[in-house]
Design a binder for this molecule. Sequence first.
Ligand code: ZN
Length: 486
Amino acid sequence: MISVDKHCVYKFHVFYGTFVDTPGLGRLRIRFNTAVGVCTDESSNKNGKIEFIKENSENPLDDVKNFDPSLTYSDIAIIDYTHATHSSVFFLPGFVDTHIHASQYPNVGIFGNSTLLDWLQTYTFPLEASLQDLDMAQLVYERIVRRTLANGTTTAAYYTTIDAASTKLMGRICSELGQRALVGKVCMDACSPEYYVESTKESLRSCEEVLNFLQDELNDPKILPVLTPRFAPSCSRELMKGLAAESRSRGSLHIQTHLSENESEVDWVKSLFPECKSYTDVYDSCGLLHNKTILAHCIHLSDEEARTIQKRGSGISHCPISNTSITSGECRVRWLLDQGIDVGLGTDVSGGHTCSILACARQALLVSRHLAMKEKEEQNKERVKLTVAEALYLATLGGSRALDMGESLGSFEVGKQFDTQLVDVESQGSNVDVFPWQHSSLPAMKLTLHTPPLIAQENLLAKWFFNGDDRNVVRVWVGGKLSHTL
Ligand SMILES: [Zn+2]
């Protein structure tokens, strides 16, 4: 039914070309003529992992034979993109979407003039409730996984709905289509419409059913469960404590929720939990904050709340398109990063109107400039602005770290998973116009103002960053397997 050719017959793949990644915040690394060797032997525990990286490689076949002389020629596939006549083709780590509601995908772009609380009632809850129809769920979930893959997303932290059966279906779809995913059944037992709410007991039971399915039955290491209390107003203290206990009892499972998105929401939480010092304290006092917790938005936090998040090692999902669309506010990303908190990007479909993390990275950069315009002191104006390299970091390694998966994802390092997109800035139908003298592969003397190749490549990257889209994502691999071709 689902047709993606992802079966490799070769035990080892060598990807050869220009590799671009961000090994740290603001650090852009461009490696030309580089060979990256990836184990694709399904019987090996190294399957999908990068085994060697050889910069300035002249012959990738020699590199792989030097790496492991026991490999025969029939074991090895060389994927060579150095033959491209220009520098527009490069490998980039796959994007990480740290916050996306798969169930809301049909509503992208449909939000009118609403803000969070009326948006939920008018647009969101009715749609989510309707997805207990498994045919509808299949249609929506398959479409969004294909669409996010086509936009270069190799890992996504998904919210589904309160329905266990369709959540299990979502896990299966991600597995079949070859996307790495955290899949979370939404839990909500309070302050919700009659037609879309669970009892505390039922919520915990159906959550357990999904966990058992994802962990024991589906048996795909790429698909992880994530406990998903929707947000404090939709959850009783008992439910939140029950989910925290579930996370602990299964060896620290991921947890995702929303925090401090909208000022009316913050006031509402204050009135619902008067015994707590803050919105963050509601979650903390229930035991929900740890290093595998991902908190979406975090716009209106106090200093003390940020300190608590940092102390617990939780990550933050910055969702700049959603925050602008439903007028939630401007997240102070630099302020969070300065405190040592890991921040990634989230599309927050359908508060956000696109599945594209590249579009979110652009918006993150623009929102930081809005914050800069409000700064009084000149030096702060510069500090709060995010650069292209920083926004790309948030989209890749930053997101991986926010999910506590930075050790295995987000950049090109030996031992990490080969979760990668191949970008062609000048693919057929591309929205990016590159002029002949803008290629880094031209001799330096021909480049504009004698621009050296590295700077030329950075400029090309910036052109793609601001003008590119899914038409430039020509291949996507997850764990060394091809999951999408243009
Ligand atoms: Zn959300």
